[in-house]
Ligand binder design. Structure first.
Ligand SMILES: Nc1ncnc2c1ncn2[C@@H]1O[C@H](COP(=O)(O)OP(=O)(O)OP(=O)(O)O)[C@@H](O)[C@H]1O
Ligand SMILES: C=C(C)CCOP(=O)(O)O
Length: 243
C-alpha cells in the first residue's frame, strides 16, 4: 500500500509568526507518521515558511522571478522547514529522506509541471520515507515559480499509482456553509457554495484549489484535521472524501 500524505504548512507551523514551527502539532504529526504501517511518501507545505518570501518577491505559481536573491530566500526557507520536519521524524526512527523539488522539477511555458517520481519510488521501495516540500522550480520563460505541496501530492499520487491520498489540514474536512464537515464530494458543485464557487479557485492553496485538483485524481482522497491523522494512517477515511 502506498500512501501520499500532505502535512499542511498551516498545521505544522505557527502561521502568525514568521518561520516558526508549531512544535506540538509537528510532534503529533511525527508520532502518527512513526506509527504508520503503509509505505509513506510525505509532502509538506510552507505555512509561515516560504510564503512571505514568495510574496515579497512577487513570486507565485504563475509569476516568476530571475532574481537569485529571491530564489535563494524562498528555497532556503522551505529547506529550513524540511530540515525541522526531518529532525522530528528521525527522532522517532522514521527513515525520512529529503527530496527538494528545485533540483528536479520544472514547468513548460504553459505552466505544465514535470516532477520526476522514479527516485521517490525507488527510495520508497528501498524502505525510506521520502519527504518533499513546496518549493520554487524552473519555469520556462518565467525564471522560477512556486510549486505548491498540493501540486506535488497530485503529481506523485498519479505517478506512484498511490493507493491512498491524505491531506492533513487545519480544518477537520471541507466545511459546508454551516461549518459542518461535508462527508463526500464527488463533483465540485457538491461544495461550490462553501468554497466560494468555481471562479475563486486558487491553484497555490486554499480549499477550493485542493478540491478541484483532488477531483482530477483517479484515487479518492481524504481531507482531515490533525486529530484524525492517526485514523487516516490506520486505514480509515476521516473528514471529507473527495472523488
Ligand atoms: N469550505 C471550506 N472548508 C474548509 N476550509 C476552507 C473552506 N473554505 C476556505 N477554507 C480555508 O482553507 C484553509 C485550508 O487551506 P490551506 O491552503 O491553508 O491548507 P494547508 O494545506 O493546511 O496549508 P498550506 O497550503 O500552508 O500547506 C482552511 O484553513 C480554511 O481557512
Ligand atoms: C515556496 C512556497 C511558498 C511553498 C508553498 O507550498 P504550499 O504551502 O503547499 O502552498
Amino acid at each position: 500500500m502506498t500512501t501520499v500524505l500532505k502535512l499542511g504548512g498551516s498545521v505544522i507551523t505557527d502561521k502568525d509568526r514568521a518561520e516558526t514551527v508549531d512544535g506540538e502539532a509537528l510532534d503529533r504529526a511525527a508520532d502518527a507518521v512513526a506509527r504508520a504501517t503503509d509505505d509513506l511518501v510525505v509532502v509538506h507545505g510552507g505555512g509561515s515558511f516560504g510564503h512571505h518570501n514568495a510574496e515579497a518577491h512577487g513570486v507565485s505559481t504563475t509569476a516568476g522571478t530571475h532574481e537569485i536573491g529571491g530564489l535563494t530566500e524562498i528555497h532556503s526557507a522551505m529547506k529550513a522547514l524540511n530540515g525541522l520536519v526531518l529532525r522530528r521524524l528521525h527522532d522517532r526512527d522514521v527513515p525520512a529522506v529529503p527530496v527538494h523539488p528545485l533540483s528536479a522539477a520544472s514547468r513548460d511555458p504553459g505552466g505544465e509541471l514535470t516532477l520526476p517520481a522514479e527516485q521517490v519510488a525507488t527510495l520508497r521501495a528501498e524502505g525510506f520515507v521520502p519527504v518533499l516540500h513546496g518549493d520554487v522550480i524552473a519555469h520556462r520563460g518565467e525564471g522560477v515559480t512556486v510549486l505548491s505541496g498540493d501540486e506535488i501530492v497530485t503529481s506523485l499520487a498519479r505517478d506512484l499509482d498511490a493507493d491512498r491520498v491524505g491531506l492533513c489540514s487545519t480544518v477537520p474536512g471541507v466545511l459546508d456553509t454551516d461549518g459542518g464537515v461535508i462527508p463526500r464530494i464527488e463533483r465540485f458543485d457538491d461544495a461550490a457554495d462553501a468554497l466560494g464557487g468555481a471562479e475563486s479557485t486558487d491553484v497555490s492553496g486554499g480549499m477550493a484549489g485542493k478540491v478541484r485538483t483532488l477531483l482530477a485524481l483517479p484515487t479518492p482522497a481524504s481531507v482531515f484535521g490533525l486529530d484524525d491523522l492517526s485514523a487516516f494512517l490506520d486505514g480509515e477515511a476521516p473528514g471529507t472524501t473527495v472523488g
